[in-house]
Design a protein around this ligand. Structure first.
Ligand code: FA5
Length: 346
């Protein structure tokens, strides 16, 4: 036992003082080597010891072996780090440069909130192409060529060669369009998805269509040339305006809380009858949030539905406007400014 104690002191001290890896490996051999290691020898001699002594020395010798191995490994790791620092001038123990972790843009976050609320009310979420045909953006919505209502949506038209490029490369969904025969435009609203969806599905249904839209118009604090809308469409046998009001009140309360003040105001869109708009009170003024109304019979006809059998409501809300109110953002142009000081706040 006394030998063991002495060995322990000696070995641990030697490890502590060791200055390089080579010396450390020599110590490992000296104390733990298979053949002549000093501790190995003691362990080997256990068999020949009287039982009483063996009971004491055995566990102590094994504990020392574990302790020594640990001390050798620890010291070895330390020496390696130091030698790396010395050889390459690289200090791997220094704290690293922080990697910036991004986050979702505020508009993406708000879009997600809107989706979740409608999903909880049993609406399905669908998407559609950004490059559209005149047919779905206008004609099918009861806005024929030369109708003055087309002026409500200042349009970016695509040149023939742009149409083909977009068709091939950019917008996979546009691939399905017959571009050669039809004039393409950047959709001015999400309403074209109304007829696109109805052509392929039977009522009753309720959907929302979040998406990016484009308008060739002057920008100001509440107008952008590219912005997001969320279209809504609910069609069934007896869907009525009261249903619309219920869904809207529910939606706005879930998004903004109970204190929100809404105003329903009569308005005109060729694809609804009656038509209305909803404003929200913000900073002492009314801000227009969405257009809406009961689906016009001509729109049902364009989708080959029988308007006598069906009723529905539709709406199109401005996503940026909602985000502005919810997060108190004074100017819509901030969303697209790319200014990190703005983006990082949310
Ligand atoms: C439409 O686009 C209709 N498609 C909405 C609709 C759908 C009516 C279904 C009836 C039935 P409007 O042009 O008003 O309507 O735009 C709808 C909303 O988009 C506006 O209330 C506003 O919140 C937002 N919006 C419109 N223009 C801009 C713009 N330039 N920048 C930012 N948001 C805008």
């Amino acid at each position: 036992m006394a030998n063991l104690e002495q060995l322990k002191k000696q070995a641990l001290e030697a490890v502590k003082q060791s200055k390089d890896i080579k010396n450390l490996e020599e110590l490992r051999v000296r104390f733990l080597g298979r053949e002549k290691g000093e501790l190995t020898k003691i362990l080997r001699s256990l068999g020949a010891m009287p039982l009483e002594e063996k009971k004491k020395v055995g566990p102590a010798a094994n504990a020392l072996r574990a302790e020594l191995e640990q001390a050798l490994d620890k010291k070895s790791a330390e020496l390696r780090v130091n030698s790396l620092k010395f050889e390459v001038g690289l200090d791997i123990t220094m704290p690293g440069t922080k990697v910036g972790v991004g986050h979702l843009h505020l508009l993406t976050q708000v879009e997600k909130q809107v989706r979740e609320i409608f999903k909880a009310m049993n609406f399905s979420v669908i998407t559609g192409p950004e490059a559209e045909t005149e047919k779905y953006n206008f004609d099918a919505l009861n806005i024929p060529k030369d109708h003055p209502a087309r002026d409500m949506w200042d349009t970016f038209w695509l040149r023939q060669n742009e149409q083909l490029t977009i068709n091939k490369k950019l917008l996979t969904e546009s691939k399905k369009l017959k571009v050669k025969s039809e004039k393409l435009l950047m959709r001015t609203h999400t309403s074209p998805m109304q007829v696109r969806f109805m052509e392929k599905h039977k009522p009753p249904f309720q959907i929302i269509v979040p998406g990016r839209v484009f308008r060739f118009e002057a920008t100001d604090a509440s107008h952008e040339i590219n912005f997001y809308q969320v279209e809504g469409l609910m069609v069934g046998r007896d869907v009525n305006l009261a249903n619309f009001k219920f869904v809207m009140n529910e939606f706005f309360q879930r998004l903004f809380g109970k204190g929100i003040k809404l105003r329903y105001r009569p308005s005109y869109f060729p694809f609804v009858e009656p038509g209305l708009e909803i404003d929200i009170e913000w900073k002492g003024k009314w801000l227009e949030i969405m257009g809406a109304g009961m689906v016009h019979p001509r729109v049902f006809e364009a989708a080959h539905y029988n308007p006598r059998d069906l009723q529905g409501f539709a709406f199109g809300l401005g996503l940026e406007r909602i985000a502005m109110i919810k997060y108190n953002i004074p100017d819509i142009r901030l969303f697209y400014s790319g200014d990190l000081r703005f983006i990082k706040q949310f």
